[in-house]
Design a protein around this ligand. Structure first.
Ligand code: BGC
Ligand code: BGC
Ligand code: BGC
Length: 434
């Protein structure tokens, strides 16, 4: 028996997060085009055991059951992502009505159960046709993204009031374009930097399209990590902080790039771009998993920093250290850094992978400790408005395939049966009105 959670402010939003390619399956249904993740996961050696999102949780067909799970859990909101290749199978042109119909049904099902839909417009499944034109290395992708956004908000904007443009542009740039561990699998290292600017430009253009359509709340979701210097020289940690955190927070909140990264971007940043990128946000989405320890690279590598394991903490099934205090530190640090330029914050992802079974006391302890860490930040004066668990369901964990399980709900990937874990029951009772 754990102590009851501290009381959160009135209106504090509890939710769960998922992403299209990780749960939907149905990759050929209703005119969906291929995305970079279809290509990548079907390429030999890219994902663990060759797993793909072809079926995943088959959420595309089983969404009523998943909405019922959300309703029984008692959360007030659901963050999901919209698959661009369902809306525009080749990334541009008129919308595919049948693809939008799916999100229309999903939104209605959520609203019927009193759950606020919080869609993310891009969670990494870029239409393959756009990748063939350079993906996010191509500036035009930003404008295509804004067009796609307009199609979605035109269809759903009468019922959806809160929107997230991009999910974790740092992770998409780093893993997708610098290290090649995610789709599209490019290994450009520092030459991946334009991907940051073009995603941010796409974010700004999409934010304007959403506003023009009357959206009530627009945000971006950034993955942030408190950086811990290792060794005598603090410079590598400062550089890492600039790449991982400030490259994406500074331009959207302040309209500037960290100076050396702005220099590196050079002419790519055209007049007016930063004004677009700084289009005012109603809130900032933060995804937190763990702090990062950074030191100087051992030998002349392509990067000016090296990340190192953090020792002395329990680790998740993924091997990630569990450091709840890092979340408080991150939130109070954001307030210190950005002051009045910091809008209200939603934690749009936080969670852990565990052993497959439904007995997941590890996740209960993880969520309990991180919710307390969020509460500590609120007590310290940070305006945090909500917390979304990653994830509702076990799902396709990108390069790790189905081997890493993040769900409050266990999924048997042979039968697709859903079974709530202990953590689901725990959260359900924590959310019950007292
Ligand atoms: C695109 C324009 C877009 C502009 C934003 C250009 O690359 O082609 O459509 O409005 O970037 O600054
Ligand atoms: C990091 C996490 C990060 C994740 C992104 C991991 O290596 O430890 O902090 O969120 O990558 O997939
Ligand atoms: C991503 C999720 C992912 C989670 C766990 C985040 O970086 O947004 O899609 O499943 O981390 O790795």
């Amino acid at each position: 028996m754990v102590d009851p959670l501290p009381r959160f402010p009135d209106g504090f939003l509890f939710g769960c997060s998922t992403a299209s390619y990780q749960i939907e399956g149905a990759v050929h249904a209703d005119g969906r085009g291929p995305s970079i993740w279809d290509t990548f996961s079907h390429t030999d050696g890219r994902t663990r055991d060759g797993d793909t999102g072809d079926v995943a949780c088959d959420h595309y067909h089983r969404y009523p059951e998943d909405v019922a799970l959300l309703a029984d859990l008692g959360v007030g909101a659901y963050r999901f992502s919209i698959a661009w290749p369902r809306v525009q199978p080749t990334g541009s042109g008129g919308p595919n009505r049948a693809g939008l119909d799916f999100y229309d049904r999903l939104v209605d099902a959520l609203l019927e159960r009193g759950i606020t839909p919080v869609p993310t417009l891009f969670h990494w499944d870029l239409p393959q046709t756009l990748e063939d034109k350079g993906g996010w290395l191509n500036r035009d992708t930003a404008s295509y993204f804004a067009d796609y956004t307009s199609h979605v908000v035109t269809r759903l904007g009468d019922r959806v009031r809160r929107w997230i443009t991009l999910n974790e542009p740092i992770v998409h740039m780093a893993q997708g374009y610098a290290y090649g561990t995610h789709a599209p699998g490019r290994t450009l290292m520092l030459d991946a930097l334009p991907v940051a600017h073009h995603q941010l430009l796409g974010h700004g253009l999409a934010a304007r399209a959403l506003r023009a359509a009357g959206a009530a709340e627009v945000m971006i979701t950034n993955n942030c990590t408190p950086v811990r210097p290792d060794g005598d020289d603090p410079t590598p940690a400062a550089i890492y902080d600039a790449f991982h955190n400030r490259l994406f927070n500074d331009p959207v909140l302040l309209g500037t790039y960290p100076s050396f990264l702005g220099d590196a971007l050079g002419d790519l940043v055209r007049d007016g771009d930063l004004d677009i990128i700084r289009t005012p946000l109603d809130a900032l989405g933060i995804n937190y998993y763990n702090p990062t320890k950074v030191g100087a690279p051992a030998d002349e590598g392509p990067l000016p920093f090296e990340t190192r394991p953090i020792e002395g903490y329990p680790t998740t099934a993924f091997g990630w250290p569990v450091v709840p205090a890092g979340l408080t530190e991150l939130l109070t640090g954001l307030k210190e850094t950005y002051g009045s330029a910091l809008p209200p914050i939603y934690i749009t992802e936080n969670g852990c992978s565990t052993e497959p079974g439904v007995d997941d006391q590890f996740r209960v302890d993880y969520l309990d400790a991180h919710l307390r860490a969020v509460h500590d930040a609120i007590t310290a004066g940070v305006d945090v408005r909500g917390y979304f668990v990653w994830s509702l369901l076990d799902n396709f964990e990108w390069a790790e395939g189905f081997s890493q399980r993040f769900g409050l709900v266990h999924v048997d990937f042979k039968t697709l049966a859903r079974t709530p874990r202990d953590s689901y029951r725990w959260l359900q009772s924590a959310l019950r009105p007292r």
